[in-house]
Each structure stands twice: as C-alpha cells, then as structure tokens.
Design a protein around this ligand. Structure first.
Ligand code: ZN
Length: 368
C-alpha cells in the first residue's frame, strides 16, 4: 500500500517501517511546537531550545503511536494471527495483520488494545506531571504527551470503521449477525465520520485556519477511502469463501524429472498456458518448476536442462477443499499468480489468479 518505506528495526518478529510521508508530519509537529506552543507557554528560552524540545516531543509522539500499534499486534499474535509489519506514516500508524480475526471476540480484543495502550501512556505522563510539578518546558513536553495520547485513545474510539472504534462496533454487530453485514454498517459510519471531518476542514478553511483545514480534509479523505476499501475487501473474501478450489482448478499432468525444459515449453505450455508446473520427483515427493525463469534461454540449452535438475521443493500449495479466499490470500502473501493443488501427496492441478478474479467479477456484477 505504501511502497516507499524505510525499514527501522524488528520487534517481536514484526518489521517496523517508516513511510517517507512520516517526515512531513514530523516536520509539521516539530514546527507547530517550536514556533507556537512552547514559545507561547514557556517564553524566554533561546530559539534553538524550542526546536530541540519540539523535535524530541515529536519523536516521543512517534514512539507513543508505535506502542499503540504494537498493542494491537501483540494481541493479534497472541491469537495466532500473523503480523507482517507496522508502518508509521503521515496519519499515524498501521499494523498489517495478515488474516481477518477468526471471530468477533478476537476482533474486539485486538481493536481495543490500541486505545487502552494509548490511555495507559497518557496516564503515565499524567503521573510524571504530578511527580514533576515544576512549571518549565520539560513539564510542557510531559503535558503535551499526556494530551496527545489521550486524544489518540479518544479519536480511535470513534465508532467509524476502520478506526479502532469502528472495529469494536463491527465486532459487536458481527457477534449478533454476520461479518459482511457488520462490515457494511461500520464502514457506513466510517464514511459518515469521514464526511464530517471533511466538513470540519472546510469550516476551518473559512475561518482562515489553513493548516487545520487541510489536515481535517486529508484525514477525512483517507478515512473515506480506507472504509470503502476495507468493505470491498471483506465483501470479496466473503464471496470467495463460498467456493472450493476443487471446482476451479486446471487439471495438469505432472512433469517427470527426466523431461527436458524444451518439452515443457513446446508441449505443456501451449496446452496449459501455465507458469507453475508440479513435478513428481524421483523420491516420490512433489516439486514445482516456475518456467518463467527459463523463458529467455536458447533452445539448445532448454534441450539440455532436465526438469529434475531445476525443480524446487514445494513451499506453498492449496488443498482442493480449501476455499478461494484462502487461495487468494496465499497468492497475495507469496506474490504468486498460480498455486499447485495437492491432496495427500497427489497432484490435482493448479489454481490461477485470473480464475479467482473472474469469479469475483461475476459475483459482483450479479449483486449490482
Ligand atoms: Zn489503533
């Protein structure tokens, strides 16, 4: 989704990334603090102190957001879901949890963990403020962080999907109805809240507050897109969950180790038009070959290379009884357009992405 990220470090097996857009918000927060809040509330410091303290506060805010996302992620990990990465970007952070929660309870717990973490961080800074009741710029930093963490907790609790509050709402409706209806309703509240933010943005613009106006407007736009996209994704995985791989696979005659790549290109490819071919190894195990890697080799070389020499052990496949949601998820996860279909060490064929996409298209046009 956000291609330009800087990998920072790994925590609990989760890759933490910084999106380039984060630097915009870092600069904005630092300058608002250094030019506005700190000089106004704590005058008589040298100019440079405001910038250093401003940047320091922005970094602590960044850590607060990271802890919020980490809270979501740790609960997800606890329930066996895969958390690929946490991306920090202009509007905060996002934990990329690979699967949907298996049930409403897990969804609820993952969603509420973030605001609870922010609330605790806010309370921690509140305690610091009590323990350090000196009215200086350090107290200013403490107060600022207490304030923003409480704001993060509250803003995220607004029941507007895909904000945490919207996920909580979805979990509650899901517990009573089904996931699709729950997502539809909570995405609708998400869109309404997004329009409300955009309206607030316009209002700020008319009042002459350009920065606030832009900010509200951009967050509104972002939320509107995110809520619609999340709904579409849920709808698609709901549609695909009704269909089994067995009804959509291309049956393929497995390759044998002694066949040459030339045979594959001249007899198999023109017939199947596949990229991935399953191979039965001499040891009886199943291997795969991706012929795209050899596409540009000259004919003489293709005639010399044996399938058995270049086939690789099978890493990812689906069972005929898996549903298409799982097949598509694995394709996305491994960046592949074709997956072998295997049942109890027997090769049945290959399932293709374009087949799944045509199922989606057909079903969506039915509903429209
Ligand atoms: Zn959150």
């Amino acid at each position: 989704m956000f291609a330009k990220t800087i990998p920072l470090f790994r925590l609990f097996g989760i890759q933490i990334n910084l999106d380039y857009s984060w630097f915009i918000v870092f600069f904005l927060i630092t300058s608002v603090l250094a030019l506005g809040y700190f000089p106004y509330a704590y005058p008589h410091y040298p100019f440079i102190v405001y910038w250093i303290v401003g940047a320091f506060s922005a970094v602590l805010l960044f850590l607060s957001v990271l802890l919020h996302e980490l809270a979501h992620s740790l609960v997800a990990l606890r329930f066996g879901l895969t958390v690929k990465e946490i991306d920090l970007f202009i509007f905060g952070g996002v934990a990329l949890i690979e699967e949907e929660a298996p049930n409403p309870k897990v969804e609820f717990l993952i969603a509420i963990a973030g605001p609870i973490a922010s609330f605790f961080i806010g309370s921690f800074f509140f305690l610091l403020a009590v323990l350090y009741p000196v009215d200086d710029i350090i107290n200013g930093v403490i107060n600022y962080l207490m304030f923003v963490n409480f704001i993060i907790a509250l803003f995220n609790l607004v029941p507007a999907f895909p904000l945490d509050g919207g996920r909580i709402l979805r979990a509650i409706i899901w517990a009573k109805k089904d996931l699709l209806t729950a997502t539809k309703i909570s995405a609708k509240t998400g869109t309404i809240f997004a329009y409300f933010l955009m309206f607030m943005g316009l209002l700020s613009l008319f009042k002459g507050n350009f920065l606030n106006g832009m900010w509200y407007g951009l967050i509104g736009l972002f939320l509107k897109q995110a809520s619609q996209r999340s709904y579409e994704q849920t709808k698609i995985s709901y549609i695909l969950s009704k269909y089994k791989v067995q009804h959509f696979l291309v049956t393929v005659k497995p390759l044998l180790p002694e066949q040459t790549l030339y045979e594959v290109f001249s007899y198999y490819y023109p017939f199947y038009h596949l990229r991935i071919y399953p191979v039965i190894g001499k040891d009886g195990k199943i291997y795969v070959i991706d012929i795209l890697k050899f596409k540009n080799l000259p004919q003489e070389q293709l005639m010399k290379i044996k399938v058995g020499d270049v086939a690789e052990p099978i890493k990812v496949y689906v069972s005929p009884f898996d549903n298409l949601t799982k097949a598509l998820r694995l394709m996305n996860k491994y960046g592949s357009d074709e997956l072998p279909v295997i049942y109890e060490n027997t090769i049945l064929g290959v399932i293709r992405r374009i087949t799944i996409e045509s199922v989606i298209e057909k079903e969506l046009s039915k509903g429209a």
